[in-house]
Design a protein around this ligand. Structure first.
Ligand code: NAP
Length: 282
């Protein structure tokens, strides 16, 4: 029997716990979000982050810059936030315009305020399996979901599709640290089925609708679908993952839906990270 993993229930439980804890604090955890330009999707993302933070009793602000902002202006703002003891967590919404050096911006964030865990110092902590300050939001949320559903990780064959710095790469390191045997596939991988057919857990973060099909999987596999793809259907636009959900769910023991699986956990991890950074700074 296939079980559908419910990310919303776990998110709501964790956020309620954070809210209760935050309500006892005199000084609240604080998240500052920088956004450059007018990309509608990015605006929705940052507004959701601020809304969630406020809902659980954190402080949050969105700092907006025009599309043509100079790099040094952004660096100046980050320096100011780094030195502001009332700001615990800093997030720069990506992508940034082409004239801005994203790497330089990320590296200018104080690692102790790097809520997304993109700074090489924090990423390095994960890749060397040493005490991490925080963990990147989506991988952290995925591991939390697997734990909630009592999925054993140690010794399992895990195939991750997608090697971005946001999802696949850090997730591969985190699962390796948890003693999984990890295969990391990407767009140059030949015959991905060869790897997935032997996998106990398949995690797809490629951003391609229908990439993971039932005939690529073994019976009883656990499928975590990170992809968020907007596709046209006769009923209008629809959000789907990378897995061909209807066929894959016939084979899987556990599967995350899109929406309602990994997505809710990402924002939940962001709030947890904000709180963890706050605690570190007290
Ligand atoms: P990304 O930076 O574009 O990376 C995509 C990765 O997938 C790359 O490593 C790419 O390989 C690989 N890939 C592309 N086509 C492939 C194919 N045909 N076969 C195998 N691998 C392929 O994307 P991202 O930021 O990691 O996001 C991936 C997806 O997850 C997107 O749909 C995004 O919206 C979603 N996402 C969801 C959440 C959430 O909270 N639910 C969070 C983050 C991202 P190369 O490295 O060779 O180019």
């Amino acid at each position: 029997m296939t079980q559908i993993i419910n990310g919303k229930i776990l998110r709501d439980k964790i956020l309620a716990e954070l809210k209760a804890e935050a309500s006892l604090l005199e000084v609240k955890p604080s998240l500052s979000v920088i956004i450059v330009g007018n990309d509608p999707a990015s605006k929705i993302y940052v507004n959701t982050k601020k809304k969630k933070a406020l809902e659980i009793g954190f402080k949050s602000e969105i700092i907006e810059f025009d599309e043509d902002v100079q790099e040094r202006t952004l660096l100046g703002k980050i320096d100011e936030l780094n030195n502001d003891k009332n700001v615990n967590a800093i997030l720069v919404q990506l992508p940034l315009p082409a004239h801005i050096n994203t790497k330089k911006i990320i590296e200018s964030i104080n690692p102790l305020k790097d809520v997304d865990c993109f700074h090489p110092y924090n990423a390095g902590k994960i890749f060397t399996n040493s005490d991490a300050v925080v963990y990147p939001c989506t991988p952290k949320g995925i591991i939390r979901l697997l734990r909630e559903y009592n999925v054993e990780i140690a010794g399992k064959n895990v195939v991750i599709i997608g090697r971005s710095n946001i999802v696949g790469r850090p997730l591969a390191a985190m699962l390796t640290n948890l003693d999984a045997t990890v295969t990391l596939c990407h767009s140059k991988s030949q015959n991905i089925s060869y790897y997935t057919q032997n996998a106990d857990i398949v995690i797809s973060a490629a951003g391609i609708a229908g990439l993971v099909k039932a005939d690529m999987l073994k019976d009883g596999v656990i499928v975590v679908d990170v992809g968020m793809n907007r596709i046209e259907t006769p009923d209008g636009k629809k959000l789907v993952g990378d897995a061909d959900f209807e066929s894959v769910k016939e084979k899987a023991a556990l599967i995350t839906p899109v929406p309602g699986g990994v997505g809710p956990m990402t924002i939940c991890s962001l709030m947890e990270n904000t709180f963890e950074l706050y605690k570190l700074q007290q």
